[in-house]
Design a protein around this ligand. Structure first.
Ligand code: DC
Length: 221
């Protein structure tokens, strides 16, 4: 049986960076499920779907294919066969991802793919509902969080380094809006699984956070 580690938490808590490092250390694959929702969001934008209308988002799923591939341990997300790994990282794609992720048909569409990957691989899978919905039997469940200001600051730095013209205040406002959307939606809202270990990374370095996660995983296994 494969070993599954579920890491959930709000945007900007450091899930992807920390999970990636920890997975490398353990020799597991790292699965970023947010990328799947982002690909569906990008597809909705491309097909001209009305992001505010669940029916329209549902229709945008017609004929779509989303898949993950791994090259040298790096995840790439494929939308209709096209590698869209960079295109899904814009603020617009983030908002579209948040909108489509509230639509039950989208969650159902991505559910099987995520379970399938976890069944076939030792993995650290990160997202919002991995410990609660996708992998309720994961051997380890972690809820990774940090204050909204710190998370916005990290995301702001990332975007500036990528050359995006953004304001910190806007990043913080969008972060709070996404937190609200993600934790108040009717299906699979963001919340810690009952049996998860909560790790708060506010004021903690990346290295220390990775150490913390690794020690939780090793203890549980
Ligand atoms: O982690 P991220 O910022 O790449 O996620 C993008 C959006 O997708 C986010 O607003 C919440 C949603 N998401 C989700 O609902 N469930 C997941 N397992 C992963 C992401």
């Amino acid at each position: 049986m494969s070993i599954n580690v579920a890491i959930d938490g709000p945007a900007g808590a450091g899930k992807s960076t920390i999970s990636k490092s920890a997975a490398k250390e353990l020799g597991f694959i790292y699965v970023d499920t947010g990328a799947l929702y982002r690909a569906v969001g990008l597809n909705a934008m491309r097909t001209g779907a009305d992001i505010g209308d669940p029916e329209s988002i549902k229709e945008s799923l017609n004929g779509i294919s989303v898949d993950l591939k791994y090259e040298n341990g790096e995840q790439a997300v494929l939308l209709n066969g096209e590698n869209v790994s960079s295109l899904i990282r814009t603020p617009e794609a983030s908002m579209a991802a948040s909108a489509v992720s509230a639509v039950p048909a989208v969650r159902e569409f991505l559910f099987g793919l995520q379970q399938d990957i976890a069944k076939r691989n030792d993995c650290i899978m990160d997202g919002r509902d991995i410990g609660t919905v996708v992998l309720p039997h994961a051997q380890v469940k972690i809820f990774l969080t940090a204050s909204p200001e710190e998370r916005a600051q990290r995301r702001y730095k990332e975007l500036i380094e990528k050359g995006e013209a953004v304001e910190y205040e806007n990043v913080l406002a969008e972060m709070k809006q996404r937190d609200y959307n993600d934790s108040h939606r009717a299906v699979a809202p963001l919340k810690p699984a009952e049996d998860s270990v909560i790790v708060d990374t506010t004021g903690i370095s990346l290295e220390e956070s990775v150490e913390k996660i690794l020690s939780v995983i090793k203890e549980k296994l």
